[in-house]
Design a protein around this ligand. Structure first.
Ligand SMILES: N[C@@H](CCC(=O)N[C@@H](CS)C(=O)NCC(=O)O)C(=O)O
Length: 224
């Protein structure tokens, strides 16, 4: 049985973004069942968990054949065995790989910088000074990304693929801002992917334990 580690609960700002959602979504698209293996913050530093994920983070993954961490690598592994996530031809697979890395290496670093400032350091003097430059870099990348998408629906091979899972996840990390609204084709792209039944199931399944934890302990703030 496939197992994916995920947190039992995270604060509201992270709900719906925790990276196990990438893996859940890929598994849903591929039609593969899985169990989520829920951990608490107290488990992150244990030797047993570090053996599965050396940085104590989620997700970690196992399927009886392999044991992995790094959400992008896990999504790629799932995609390599699923027509729903990657075409069979070499040129098509190369495009999926290209856009997987573009999401992770070219777009995400800027989005992550902005999210880091806004979510963790917003009131600090250095953050207020740095933020305008970071937002400008994000906007530049989004402009380039939108131009690359053009009037297509997906980034690789004009069909949904694993690359769209990573790109959508990266772009969703701007949803605490209104920046994406200035890039209508990218906003529509994210909405199109969020409307996929597989994404909705993945989101619901990530949120379910958070709702349960909040019901059991009203001191935990709820809501996405
Ligand atoms: N590059 C890793 C990053 C994993 C990661 O940042 N996980 C976060 C949740 S989204 C986490 O576990 N944070 C807790 C921590 O770093 O202590 C991946 O994509 O799997």
């Amino acid at each position: 049985m496939i197992k994916v580690t995920a947190f039992k609960w995270v604060p509201p700002f992270a709900q719906g973004s925790v990276r196990d959602i990438r893996v859940r979504w890929a598994l849903e698209e591929a039609g593969l069942g899985y169990d989520d293996d829920l951990i608490g913050f107290e488990d992150q530093a244990t030797p047993a968990y570090r053996a599965r994920q050396p940085f104590g983070q989620v997700p970690a993954f196992s399927d009886g054949r392999v044991q992995m961490f790094e959400s992008g690598a896990i999504v790629l592994y799932i995609a390599q065995n699923s027509d729903a996530l990657m075409p069979a031809d070499e040129g098509g697979r190369a495009m999926v790989l290209t856009w997987l890395f573009a999401a992770s290496n070219t777009v995400e670093p800027f989005v992550a910088q902005l999210a880091g400032i806004d979510l963790f350091h917003a009131e600090k003097a250095w953050a207020k000074e740095r933020r305008p430059d970071v937002e400008e870099m994000v906007r530049k990348r989004l402009g380039e990304l939108q131009a690359a998408l053009g009037d297509r629906n997906w980034f690789a091979n004009d069909r949904f693929s694993a690359a769209d899972i990573l790109m959508t996840h990266v772009l969703r990390d701007l949803r605490h801002t209104d920046i994406l609204a200035d890039f209508p084709a990218l906003s529509a792209y994210v909405a199109r992917n969020e409307a996929r039944p597989a994404f909705k199931r993945a989101l619901t399944d990530q949120l379910a334990p958070f709702r349960a934890a909040e019901a059991a302990d009203p001191a935990l703030a709820g809501g996405v």
